[in-house]
Design a binder for this molecule. Structure first.
Ligand SMILES: [Ca+2]
Length: 170
């Protein structure tokens, strides 16, 4: 007598929990399909658009995620990142990269990889090294200046969105 009842209850439970799992799965897949994560050319990129931060906090945040602040070694990567910020609705945002000349004012490097800049995509007139208030600019942002995803040196304490990339080490 107890067995049929148990069977019905247990079927109901599995139906219910199945439905719950489907709901959870559909929420998760929705989140990841509109997500701030982009897979491109063997790397994962995270677009930090929940809050703005200065250059240093962006480095810290990326490391806390097991990632690093982005380097942009090629035109293909530059263009894909620039396109993606439009796809996630933040096409007008300013994004920190790991580009800086803090160590040597005459040498722009990707702090995350240690590499010197080879490919560059400076906006015309940049790097300016100082802003109009004569404040030193040592950190590189990328943004849409009307044409393409171009680079500008900025005061490192300015608050911007940022892009993290997965590290290549395993
Ligand atoms: Ca500048």
């Amino acid at each position: 007598m107890g067995d049929p009842v148990y069977y019905v209850v247990s079927s109901l439970n599995s139906v219910l929990s199945g439905a719950n799992n489907d709901t959870v799965n559909s929420r998760l897949s929705k989140r990841s399909s509109s997500s701030n994560y982009l897979n491109f050319a063997g790397k994962t990129y995270y677009f930090g658009t929940v809050f703005r931060s200065n250059f240093y906090r962006a480095i810290q945040y990326c490391r806390q995620q097991g990632m690093q602040l982005v380097s942009i070694p090629t035109q293909a990567i530059n263009d894909r990142l620039g396109k993606y910020i439009g796809e996630i609705g933040v096409g007008n945002g300013h994004f920190w990269t790991s580009g800086t000349n803090l160590a040597d004012v005459n040498q722009w490097i990707w702090l995350s990889t240690g590499e010197n800049f080879v490919y560059t995509n400076w906006h015309p007139g940049e790097p300016s090294y100082k802003n109009s208030d004569n404040v030193t600019e040592n950190c590189v942002e990328a943004r849409h200046f009307g044409k393409g995803f171009t680079w500008n040196d900025l005061n490192c304490f300015w608050e911007a969105y940022f892009i993290c990339e997965s590290t290549s080490s395993c």
